[in-house]
Design a protein around this ligand. Structure first.
Ligand SMILES: *Cc1c(COP(=O)(O)O)cnc(C)c1O
Length: 383
Protein backbone atom coordinates (compact mmCIF):
# COMPACT_ATOMS: atom_id res chain seq x y z
CA UNK A 1 0.00 0.00 0.00
CA UNK A 2 1.07 3.57 -0.57
CA UNK A 3 0.19 6.70 1.24
CA UNK A 4 -0.57 8.61 -1.95
CA UNK A 5 -4.03 10.18 -1.87
CA UNK A 6 -4.28 9.53 -5.63
CA UNK A 7 -1.98 6.63 -6.58
CA UNK A 8 -0.95 5.88 -10.16
CA UNK A 9 -2.75 2.57 -10.19
CA UNK A 10 -5.00 0.51 -7.90
CA UNK A 11 -5.69 -3.21 -8.32
CA UNK A 12 -9.20 -4.29 -9.25
CA UNK A 13 -9.18 -7.30 -6.89
CA UNK A 14 -12.14 -8.70 -4.95
CA UNK A 15 -14.18 -11.83 -4.24
CA UNK A 16 -13.60 -13.22 -7.76
CA UNK A 17 -9.85 -13.44 -7.16
CA UNK A 18 -10.35 -14.79 -3.61
CA UNK A 19 -12.66 -17.52 -4.98
CA UNK A 20 -10.14 -18.37 -7.70
CA UNK A 21 -7.33 -18.79 -5.16
CA UNK A 22 -9.59 -20.91 -2.94
CA UNK A 23 -10.46 -23.14 -5.91
CA UNK A 24 -6.76 -23.90 -6.51
CA UNK A 25 -6.09 -24.61 -2.84
CA UNK A 26 -9.03 -27.04 -2.75
CA UNK A 27 -7.83 -28.77 -5.94
CA UNK A 28 -4.47 -29.82 -4.44
CA UNK A 29 -2.75 -29.30 -7.83
CA UNK A 30 -0.32 -26.38 -7.93
CA UNK A 31 1.36 -26.04 -11.33
CA UNK A 32 0.51 -26.49 -15.03
CA UNK A 33 -2.91 -28.09 -14.61
CA UNK A 34 -6.57 -27.32 -15.33
CA UNK A 35 -6.31 -23.60 -14.47
CA UNK A 36 -3.32 -22.99 -16.74
CA UNK A 37 -4.99 -24.88 -19.60
CA UNK A 38 -8.23 -22.93 -19.14
CA UNK A 39 -6.38 -19.60 -18.87
CA UNK A 40 -4.53 -20.32 -22.12
CA UNK A 41 -7.75 -21.35 -23.88
CA UNK A 42 -9.65 -18.27 -22.68
CA UNK A 43 -6.77 -15.93 -23.51
CA UNK A 44 -6.36 -17.45 -27.00
CA UNK A 45 -10.11 -17.00 -27.58
CA UNK A 46 -9.96 -13.33 -26.57
CA UNK A 47 -7.02 -12.88 -28.96
CA UNK A 48 -8.52 -15.03 -31.74
CA UNK A 49 -5.05 -16.62 -31.73
CA UNK A 50 -4.23 -20.23 -32.55
CA UNK A 51 -1.78 -20.69 -29.65
CA UNK A 52 -1.32 -19.04 -26.25
CA UNK A 53 1.27 -20.26 -23.73
CA UNK A 54 1.17 -19.13 -20.11
CA UNK A 55 4.63 -18.34 -18.76
CA UNK A 56 6.17 -17.01 -15.57
CA UNK A 57 6.66 -13.43 -16.89
CA UNK A 58 6.72 -11.36 -20.07
CA UNK A 59 10.51 -11.39 -19.82
CA UNK A 60 10.33 -15.19 -20.08
CA UNK A 61 7.92 -14.83 -23.02
CA UNK A 62 10.36 -12.46 -24.78
CA UNK A 63 13.25 -14.84 -24.14
CA UNK A 64 11.26 -17.77 -25.57
CA UNK A 65 10.12 -15.71 -28.57
CA UNK A 66 13.69 -14.63 -29.36
CA UNK A 67 14.86 -18.24 -29.15
CA UNK A 68 11.87 -19.51 -31.14
CA UNK A 69 12.74 -17.34 -34.15
CA UNK A 70 16.34 -18.60 -33.95
CA UNK A 71 18.22 -15.48 -32.80
CA UNK A 72 21.83 -16.25 -31.91
CA UNK A 73 25.30 -14.68 -31.83
CA UNK A 74 25.74 -11.99 -34.48
CA UNK A 75 22.01 -11.52 -35.10
CA UNK A 76 20.47 -8.07 -34.71
CA UNK A 77 17.01 -7.18 -33.41
CA UNK A 78 15.72 -3.68 -34.09
CA UNK A 79 13.67 -2.28 -31.19
CA UNK A 80 12.79 0.99 -29.48
CA UNK A 81 15.10 2.50 -26.84
CA UNK A 82 11.90 3.87 -25.28
CA UNK A 83 10.82 0.63 -23.65
CA UNK A 84 11.12 -1.35 -20.48
CA UNK A 85 14.56 -2.99 -20.57
CA UNK A 86 13.33 -6.62 -20.84
CA UNK A 87 13.45 -6.98 -24.65
CA UNK A 88 16.96 -5.46 -24.86
CA UNK A 89 18.19 -7.65 -22.00
CA UNK A 90 16.72 -10.83 -23.53
CA UNK A 91 18.24 -9.96 -26.91
CA UNK A 92 21.67 -9.70 -25.26
CA UNK A 93 21.24 -12.86 -23.18
CA UNK A 94 20.30 -14.82 -26.32
CA UNK A 95 23.64 -13.68 -27.80
CA UNK A 96 22.02 -11.15 -30.15
CA UNK A 97 22.56 -7.41 -30.53
CA UNK A 98 19.79 -4.88 -29.91
CA UNK A 99 19.74 -2.07 -32.49
CA UNK A 100 17.77 0.90 -31.22
CA UNK A 101 15.38 2.89 -33.41
CA UNK A 102 13.82 6.26 -32.60
CA UNK A 103 10.13 6.93 -31.91
CA UNK A 104 7.80 8.46 -34.54
CA UNK A 105 7.20 11.71 -32.59
CA UNK A 106 6.57 13.02 -29.08
CA UNK A 107 2.83 12.53 -29.64
CA UNK A 108 3.33 9.03 -31.09
CA UNK A 109 6.12 7.42 -29.05
CA UNK A 110 6.23 4.05 -30.84
CA UNK A 111 9.01 2.76 -33.10
CA UNK A 112 9.45 4.72 -36.36
CA UNK A 113 9.16 2.32 -39.37
CA UNK A 114 11.27 4.63 -41.57
CA UNK A 115 14.12 4.56 -39.07
CA UNK A 116 13.73 0.77 -38.76
CA UNK A 117 14.20 0.45 -42.52
CA UNK A 118 17.40 2.55 -42.39
CA UNK A 119 18.82 0.33 -39.64
CA UNK A 120 18.34 -3.02 -41.43
CA UNK A 121 21.60 -4.84 -42.21
CA UNK A 122 22.28 -8.38 -43.50
CA UNK A 123 22.45 -9.44 -39.83
CA UNK A 124 18.98 -8.15 -38.91
CA UNK A 125 16.64 -11.03 -38.01
CA UNK A 126 13.69 -9.47 -36.20
CA UNK A 127 11.92 -6.28 -35.11
CA UNK A 128 10.31 -5.86 -31.67
CA UNK A 129 7.76 -3.03 -31.74
CA UNK A 130 6.25 -2.05 -28.37
CA UNK A 131 2.65 -0.83 -28.14
CA UNK A 132 3.38 2.13 -25.87
CA UNK A 133 0.76 2.78 -23.21
CA UNK A 134 -1.60 0.35 -24.96
CA UNK A 135 -1.50 2.16 -28.33
CA UNK A 136 -0.47 0.17 -31.37
CA UNK A 137 2.81 0.80 -33.12
CA UNK A 138 2.47 1.41 -36.89
CA UNK A 139 1.85 -2.28 -37.55
CA UNK A 140 0.65 -2.09 -41.17
CA UNK A 141 3.90 -0.37 -42.23
CA UNK A 142 6.07 -2.58 -40.04
CA UNK A 143 4.44 -5.80 -41.30
CA UNK A 144 4.84 -4.75 -44.92
CA UNK A 145 8.49 -3.84 -44.34
CA UNK A 146 9.31 -6.99 -42.37
CA UNK A 147 7.64 -9.32 -44.89
CA UNK A 148 9.53 -7.64 -47.73
CA UNK A 149 12.86 -7.98 -45.89
CA UNK A 150 12.21 -11.43 -44.37
CA UNK A 151 12.26 -10.31 -40.71
CA UNK A 152 10.29 -11.78 -37.81
CA UNK A 153 7.98 -9.46 -35.86
CA UNK A 154 7.74 -9.96 -32.09
CA UNK A 155 5.17 -7.61 -30.56
CA UNK A 156 5.97 -6.49 -27.02
CA UNK A 157 2.27 -6.21 -26.15
CA UNK A 158 2.73 -5.86 -22.40
CA UNK A 159 0.81 -2.55 -22.35
CA UNK A 160 -1.78 -3.55 -24.94
CA UNK A 161 -3.70 -6.50 -23.51
CA UNK A 162 -7.23 -6.33 -24.93
CA UNK A 163 -6.41 -3.71 -27.62
CA UNK A 164 -7.81 -4.38 -31.10
CA UNK A 165 -5.74 -4.00 -34.26
CA UNK A 166 -6.48 -1.06 -36.54
CA UNK A 167 -4.67 0.33 -39.54
CA UNK A 168 -3.63 3.91 -40.21
CA UNK A 169 -7.21 4.72 -41.29
CA UNK A 170 -8.74 3.38 -38.08
CA UNK A 171 -10.04 0.23 -39.78
CA UNK A 172 -9.77 -3.19 -38.13
CA UNK A 173 -9.74 -5.30 -41.27
CA UNK A 174 -8.63 -8.60 -39.84
CA UNK A 175 -10.39 -8.79 -36.47
CA UNK A 176 -6.94 -9.12 -34.92
CA UNK A 177 -5.79 -8.10 -31.48
CA UNK A 178 -2.49 -6.54 -30.41
CA UNK A 179 0.00 -9.37 -29.97
CA UNK A 180 -1.54 -11.50 -32.73
CA UNK A 181 -0.59 -9.25 -35.65
CA UNK A 182 3.08 -10.22 -36.04
CA UNK A 183 4.72 -13.64 -35.68
CA UNK A 184 4.67 -13.66 -31.87
CA UNK A 185 3.21 -11.49 -29.12
CA UNK A 186 4.25 -11.18 -25.48
CA UNK A 187 2.09 -10.11 -22.53
CA UNK A 188 2.85 -9.31 -18.89
CA UNK A 189 0.60 -9.92 -15.90
CA UNK A 190 2.96 -8.13 -13.50
CA UNK A 191 1.28 -6.43 -10.55
CA UNK A 192 0.70 -3.05 -12.25
CA UNK A 193 -0.58 -4.23 -15.65
CA UNK A 194 -4.20 -4.09 -16.92
CA UNK A 195 -4.47 -7.84 -16.22
CA UNK A 196 -2.52 -8.34 -12.99
CA UNK A 197 -1.50 -11.60 -11.29
CA UNK A 198 1.62 -10.44 -9.41
CA UNK A 199 3.93 -12.28 -11.79
CA UNK A 200 3.02 -14.05 -15.00
CA UNK A 201 2.84 -13.65 -18.75
CA UNK A 202 1.60 -15.10 -22.02
CA UNK A 203 3.24 -15.84 -25.37
CA UNK A 204 0.83 -15.86 -28.32
CA UNK A 205 1.36 -17.02 -31.89
CA UNK A 206 -0.60 -18.05 -34.97
CA UNK A 207 2.39 -19.94 -36.36
CA UNK A 208 2.08 -23.71 -35.87
CA UNK A 209 5.77 -24.15 -36.72
CA UNK A 210 6.79 -22.09 -33.67
CA UNK A 211 4.17 -23.43 -31.27
CA UNK A 212 5.51 -26.89 -30.53
CA UNK A 213 9.04 -25.61 -30.00
CA UNK A 214 7.80 -22.93 -27.59
CA UNK A 215 5.77 -25.44 -25.60
CA UNK A 216 8.81 -27.69 -25.15
CA UNK A 217 11.22 -24.82 -24.47
CA UNK A 218 8.93 -23.50 -21.73
CA UNK A 219 9.49 -26.67 -19.71
CA UNK A 220 13.02 -28.09 -20.01
CA UNK A 221 12.57 -29.24 -23.62
CA UNK A 222 10.20 -31.97 -22.38
CA UNK A 223 7.82 -33.64 -24.79
CA UNK A 224 5.15 -34.38 -22.10
CA UNK A 225 4.06 -32.52 -18.97
CA UNK A 226 3.54 -34.11 -15.55
CA UNK A 227 -0.17 -33.17 -15.89
CA UNK A 228 -0.45 -35.39 -18.96
CA UNK A 229 1.44 -38.19 -17.18
CA UNK A 230 -0.73 -37.83 -14.07
CA UNK A 231 -3.83 -38.19 -16.23
CA UNK A 232 -2.50 -41.33 -17.86
CA UNK A 233 -2.04 -39.76 -21.28
CA UNK A 234 1.70 -40.39 -21.29
CA UNK A 235 3.90 -42.79 -19.38
CA UNK A 236 7.25 -41.11 -19.76
CA UNK A 237 8.86 -38.12 -21.39
CA UNK A 238 11.70 -37.36 -23.73
CA UNK A 239 13.90 -34.24 -23.96
CA UNK A 240 13.87 -32.90 -27.51
CA UNK A 241 15.98 -29.76 -26.97
CA UNK A 242 17.55 -27.66 -24.22
CA UNK A 243 14.77 -25.70 -22.54
CA UNK A 244 14.02 -23.40 -19.61
CA UNK A 245 11.58 -23.56 -16.73
CA UNK A 246 9.28 -20.69 -17.64
CA UNK A 247 6.04 -22.36 -16.48
CA UNK A 248 3.16 -20.53 -14.80
CA UNK A 249 1.60 -22.04 -11.67
CA UNK A 250 -2.08 -22.75 -11.03
CA UNK A 251 -2.62 -20.01 -8.45
CA UNK A 252 -1.46 -17.28 -10.82
CA UNK A 253 -3.42 -18.79 -13.71
CA UNK A 254 -6.60 -18.81 -11.61
CA UNK A 255 -6.05 -15.16 -10.63
CA UNK A 256 -5.41 -14.43 -14.32
CA UNK A 257 -8.74 -15.97 -15.34
CA UNK A 258 -10.60 -13.82 -12.79
CA UNK A 259 -8.76 -10.75 -14.10
CA UNK A 260 -9.36 -11.70 -17.75
CA UNK A 261 -13.12 -11.68 -17.08
CA UNK A 262 -12.81 -8.05 -15.94
CA UNK A 263 -10.31 -6.92 -18.58
CA UNK A 264 -12.42 -5.52 -21.40
CA UNK A 265 -14.78 -3.68 -19.03
CA UNK A 266 -11.80 -2.22 -17.17
CA UNK A 267 -10.19 -1.11 -20.44
CA UNK A 268 -13.44 0.61 -21.47
CA UNK A 269 -13.46 2.56 -18.20
CA UNK A 270 -9.80 3.48 -18.76
CA UNK A 271 -10.70 4.87 -22.21
CA UNK A 272 -13.49 6.99 -20.71
CA UNK A 273 -11.00 8.45 -18.24
CA UNK A 274 -8.45 9.06 -21.02
CA UNK A 275 -11.12 10.98 -22.95
CA UNK A 276 -11.82 13.10 -19.87
CA UNK A 277 -8.11 13.87 -19.49
CA UNK A 278 -7.94 14.74 -23.22
CA UNK A 279 -10.94 17.08 -23.09
CA UNK A 280 -9.60 18.72 -19.93
CA UNK A 281 -6.16 19.31 -21.43
CA UNK A 282 -7.34 20.44 -24.85
CA UNK A 283 -5.71 23.74 -25.78
CA UNK A 284 -3.30 23.63 -22.81
CA UNK A 285 -0.16 25.26 -24.19
CA UNK A 286 2.47 23.44 -22.17
CA UNK A 287 1.18 19.90 -22.59
CA UNK A 288 0.87 17.30 -25.36
CA UNK A 289 -1.12 14.16 -24.55
CA UNK A 290 0.25 11.08 -26.33
CA UNK A 291 -2.08 9.29 -28.80
CA UNK A 292 -4.89 11.72 -28.08
CA UNK A 293 -6.52 10.85 -31.43
CA UNK A 294 -6.36 7.10 -30.88
CA UNK A 295 -8.13 6.68 -27.55
CA UNK A 296 -10.88 4.47 -28.98
CA UNK A 297 -8.32 1.83 -30.01
CA UNK A 298 -6.19 1.88 -26.84
CA UNK A 299 -6.12 -0.60 -23.97
CA UNK A 300 -5.72 2.50 -21.80
CA UNK A 301 -2.73 1.18 -19.92
CA UNK A 302 -1.06 4.54 -19.33
CA UNK A 303 -2.01 8.22 -19.30
CA UNK A 304 1.08 10.12 -20.49
CA UNK A 305 1.66 13.80 -21.19
CA UNK A 306 4.75 15.52 -22.59
CA UNK A 307 5.71 18.93 -21.17
CA UNK A 308 7.12 21.81 -23.24
CA UNK A 309 10.37 21.55 -21.21
CA UNK A 310 12.01 19.43 -18.50
CA UNK A 311 11.47 22.37 -16.11
CA UNK A 312 7.71 22.37 -16.70
CA UNK A 313 7.63 18.65 -16.00
CA UNK A 314 9.60 19.07 -12.79
CA UNK A 315 7.22 21.81 -11.61
CA UNK A 316 4.21 19.63 -12.38
CA UNK A 317 5.63 16.57 -10.61
CA UNK A 318 6.27 18.78 -7.57
CA UNK A 319 2.81 20.39 -7.60
CA UNK A 320 1.08 17.03 -7.97
CA UNK A 321 3.17 15.48 -5.18
CA UNK A 322 2.23 18.38 -2.89
CA UNK A 323 -1.40 17.39 -3.49
CA UNK A 324 -0.77 13.70 -2.77
CA UNK A 325 -0.94 12.71 -6.45
CA UNK A 326 1.58 10.12 -7.65
CA UNK A 327 3.34 10.39 -11.02
CA UNK A 328 5.80 8.19 -12.82
CA UNK A 329 7.88 8.11 -15.98
CA UNK A 330 7.71 5.53 -18.80
CA UNK A 331 10.58 5.26 -19.64
CA UNK A 332 14.13 6.54 -19.34
CA UNK A 333 15.90 5.78 -22.65
CA UNK A 334 17.64 2.38 -22.49
CA UNK A 335 20.65 4.08 -24.13
CA UNK A 336 21.15 6.16 -20.98
CA UNK A 337 21.52 3.21 -18.58
CA UNK A 338 25.05 2.51 -17.34
CA UNK A 339 24.98 -1.03 -18.71
CA UNK A 340 24.16 0.22 -22.22
CA UNK A 341 25.79 3.65 -22.51
CA UNK A 342 29.30 2.36 -23.16
CA UNK A 343 28.24 -0.24 -25.73
CA UNK A 344 25.82 1.87 -27.74
CA UNK A 345 27.15 5.30 -28.58
CA UNK A 346 24.05 6.21 -30.61
CA UNK A 347 21.84 9.19 -29.86
CA UNK A 348 18.13 9.17 -30.62
CA UNK A 349 16.90 12.76 -30.52
CA UNK A 350 13.14 12.17 -30.23
CA UNK A 351 13.57 9.42 -27.63
CA UNK A 352 15.89 11.71 -25.65
CA UNK A 353 13.40 14.60 -25.78
CA UNK A 354 10.54 12.33 -24.78
CA UNK A 355 12.44 10.83 -21.85
CA UNK A 356 13.30 14.30 -20.52
CA UNK A 357 9.76 15.73 -20.79
CA UNK A 358 7.20 12.90 -20.43
CA UNK A 359 5.20 12.14 -17.29
CA UNK A 360 2.76 9.34 -16.43
CA UNK A 361 -0.41 10.32 -14.54
CA UNK A 362 -2.84 8.19 -12.48
CA UNK A 363 -5.05 5.85 -14.54
CA UNK A 364 -6.98 2.76 -13.45
CA UNK A 365 -10.62 1.62 -13.67
CA UNK A 366 -11.39 2.84 -10.14
CA UNK A 367 -10.06 6.39 -10.64
CA UNK A 368 -12.75 9.05 -10.17
CA UNK A 369 -13.54 11.76 -12.72
CA UNK A 370 -13.14 14.30 -9.88
CA UNK A 371 -9.53 13.22 -9.47
CA UNK A 372 -8.95 13.50 -13.23
CA UNK A 373 -10.38 17.03 -13.16
CA UNK A 374 -8.21 17.95 -10.20
CA UNK A 375 -5.05 16.69 -11.96
CA UNK A 376 -5.96 18.58 -15.15
CA UNK A 377 -6.49 21.73 -13.09
CA UNK A 378 -3.05 21.42 -11.49
CA UNK A 379 -1.34 20.81 -14.88
CA UNK A 380 -3.05 23.79 -16.48
CA UNK A 381 -1.93 26.02 -13.60
CA UNK A 382 1.80 25.18 -14.01
CA UNK A 383 3.42 28.40 -15.19
C1 LIG B 1 6.01 -5.04 -17.76
C2 LIG B 1 6.73 -5.01 -19.03
C3 LIG B 1 7.70 -5.96 -19.38
C4 LIG B 1 8.18 -7.02 -18.42
O1 LIG B 1 7.15 -7.81 -17.93
P1 LIG B 1 7.46 -8.87 -16.76
O2 LIG B 1 6.20 -9.70 -16.73
O3 LIG B 1 7.65 -8.10 -15.50
O4 LIG B 1 8.64 -9.67 -17.14
C5 LIG B 1 8.27 -5.90 -20.63
N1 LIG B 1 7.94 -4.95 -21.52
C6 LIG B 1 7.02 -4.01 -21.22
C7 LIG B 1 6.64 -2.98 -22.24
C8 LIG B 1 6.40 -3.99 -19.97
O5 LIG B 1 5.51 -3.04 -19.67
Amino acid sequence: MTDWRVPLSVLDYGVEEADAAQRVIASKWLSMGAEVLAFEREFAAMQSARHAYAVSSATAALHLAIHAVGIGPGDEIIQPALNFVASANMTLLAGGTPVFADICSLAEPTIDPEHVEQLITPRTKAVIPMHYGGNLARMSELLELCRRRGLAVIEDSCHAVGAAYHDAHGRSPHGLMAGSIGDLGTFSFYANKNLACGEGGMLVTNRDDLAERIQMMRSHGMTRSSWERHHGRAGSYDIALAGFNYRLDELHAALGRAQLAKLLGGNERRRQLLARYRDGLSGAERWIMVFEHGIEHSSGHLMVVVADSPETRAKAVHALRESGIQTSMHYPSILEFTGFRGRFSQTLERTHQFASRAMTLPLHPGLSTEHVDEIVHILRAVA
